[in-house]
Design a binder for this molecule. Structure first.
Ligand SMILES: Cc1cc2nc3c(=O)[nH]c(=O)nc-3n(C[C@H](O)[C@H](O)[C@H](O)COP(=O)(O)O)c2cc1C
Length: 325
């Protein structure tokens, strides 16, 4: 049994699963657990903090892991790239912004360059700077993203790669949380998947258990794309991206009142950040995706990856042939 794809071959892994570089919450322990389970773990470098990154690479121990950055934020402190490349990450992932200023340094360090894209235009930009792997992220995803859905974006990107850059690998992201999502992504033309929300609900993730419980008590209708959580934290995201979060009282009270919120946010910031850290979910913006509707509980990374792979194997082996007359 096993699922072998170009991604498993290229990265030397045994299951075609990468973990998402979820800012602040995907630390070294989570990344190392994903690698130990046969995939490849990616530390969430997020907005970039050298001390946090050093600590989390140390927490990953000797495990082979990668790291991801929010590209527009990295552009504001580009020296962080060399800092992280010194840790010899297996892959360096860039999302949300122009990857071209960083591509050469990543290649020179012999890290594979992964670009996460949300549109066909982003895909072309990633190919132009020589991305080894494209992650096509649909709007179902937790955290930041854009408007295209996984179901059409992934095969459209697969077609583009087949025509123009057949050696580039494709990974699907956004709404994938079980064996059905993995099997379907492979059918859409992806070489593997990237999991965020599903691995967020694990003990290895650096997130308050109250937030996990609230997400699991909700369903797939319980999230929304918005900007309130970024205004509250003081991050100025490019307009094309919004963040998918739980529909908490905090988010719903500010959504649609952005100008008013901007005026009030600075004074309220310490209280807001304390609410998030202390697990007061209804007073927080909690980044997570529609996949919460497919998740039953908090489980260890190893269990999630083993179950998901097993489910996908059964589907690919049995359901396909059973449907064809
Ligand atoms: C809590 C959370 C934080 C995230 N932070 C980042 C980030 O800092 N950088 C990034 O490239 N993607 C980030 N993402 C998006 C993921 O890379 C990925 O596209 C997404 O999780 C996939 O969809 P899923 O959540 O349905 O699995 C985040 C996602 C979540 C859930």
């Amino acid at each position: 049994m096993g699922i072998r794809t170009r991604l498993t071959e290229e990265l030397g892994i045994t299951v075609p699963i990468l973990s998402a570089p979820m800012g602040f919450v995907a630390g070294g322990k989570l990344a190392a657990a994903v690698t130990a389970a046969g995939g490849l773990g990616v530390i969430g470098g997020g907005y970039g903090d050298a001390d946090w990154l050093d600590r989390e690479f140390a927490a990953a121990g000797n495990a082979r892991v990668g790291c991801g950055f929010i590209t527009w934020s990295l552009a504001e402190q580009p020296e962080l790239l060399a800092h992280v490349l010194a840790h010899e990450p297996a892959v360096l992932m860039l999302s949300f912004g122009d990857p071209s200023p960083f591509a050469q340094a990543i290649r020179a360090a012999r890290s594979q360059l992964i670009c996460q894209v949300q549109t066909i235009a982003h895909t072309r930009a990633a190919l132009a700077c020589g991305a080894d792997i494209i992650v096509a992220q649909g709007s179902e995803a937790g955290g930041h993203g854009a408007m295209r859905a996984t179901l059409t974006l992934v095969p459209e990107v697969a077609d583009l790669l087949a025509r123009e850059s057949p050696a580039t690998l494709l990974v699907a992201a956004g709404g994938i949380a079980d064996g059905r999502g993995l099997a379907a992504s492979l059918m859409l033309g992806a070489d593997g998947v990237m999991l965020g929300s599903r691995l967020w609900a694990t003990p290895e993730c650096l997130i308050h258990p109250n937030h996990q419980r609230a997400a699991l008590d909700s369903d797939g209708d319980g999230t929304i794309r918005q900007t309130a959580a970024d205004i509250a934290r003081g991050y100025e995201w490019p307009e094309e991206f919004t963040g998918r979060v739980l529909r908490t009282s905090f988010v719903i009270s500010w959504h649609g009142r952005e100008a008013e919120h901007r005026a009030a946010a600075e004074a309220a910031r310490p209280a807001y950040l304390a609410a998030v850290a202390q697990g007061r979910t209804e007073a927080s913006g909690v980044f997570v995706g529609e996949a919460i509707g497919l998740m039953r509980g908090v489980s260890p990374v190893a269990e999630i990856i083993a179950r998901m792979t097993e489910e996908a194997e059964v589907l690919l082996r049995e359901r396909g042939p059973a449907l064809v007359t």
